[in-house]
Ligand binder design. Sequence first.
Ligand code: GLP
Length: 272
Amino acid sequence: MNIHVFASGDQLDEACADLIGGIIRIKPRAVLGLATGGTPLGVYRRLIGDYRKGLVSFRHATSFNLDEYVGLPESRPESYHAYMRKNLFDHIDLPLSRAHLPNGNAADLEAECRRYDALVEEAGGIDLQLLGIGHNGHIGFNEPDRELAAGTHLVHLADTTRRANARFFNSIDEVPKQAITMGVGTILKAKMIVLIAKGADKADIVRRALEGPITTECPASLLQTHPRLIVLLDRDAAARLSPPSLKAMKGVDFQTDGYYTDLKVFSTNKLT
Ligand code: GLP
């Protein structure tokens, strides 16, 4: 696990966009796992900026989003399809035919889940999975539970998740009760995972996820088992982590004010 703490959210965005851009430069046909929510917005703005400056091209890349609401038309601005178009896809050269999201309006949702897993498999799996974290430790829409599904599946959203996401809708009543999400098995199979979190309201769950016991009751804690996890945090989200325990962990590179510029993680761990 590599944890980097940034003085500002902007610096985090820049470093994260550098990581994604770095992957694409090394492997133009990279398969990206993309996330929604408030946290990745700055990263996507940076990627658009880098694309406009000619620093990165997504022409040969493929992407898979983590999740989508069930029963919300793709044309609705709150859908993750619309979010991705507005905040990334409409502004870069990633062909829409290779920018995948689960179809939350499929007639047969179970078949749609199997189709999505097969597509990820056909693409060769995910090279870099970008993840945010929910206040209850969910990743994608994998909510805390006694057991978790490995593959793409249908989920009932926790009330806390619906309340948290109500800010993107007119009212909580409009927030769908179900979603399709990639499973933790698929997420953990990604060759590299980049977890990002910002803000004091994430400090507790970030500590539970990274320092707490590995449990399905905090799905993000399963990330501790991943061999190549990079965690990018702003100072507020990192506030409850304990530096001594971080330093004791093998491979941890803990910076308090540092700006992560080198991409040595790529030069030493070439993706194949
Ligand atoms: C949603 C998404 C998650 C995201 C989470 C946190 O529920 N399904 O993928 O990580 O929200 O969102 P935010 O970044 O807005 O805190």
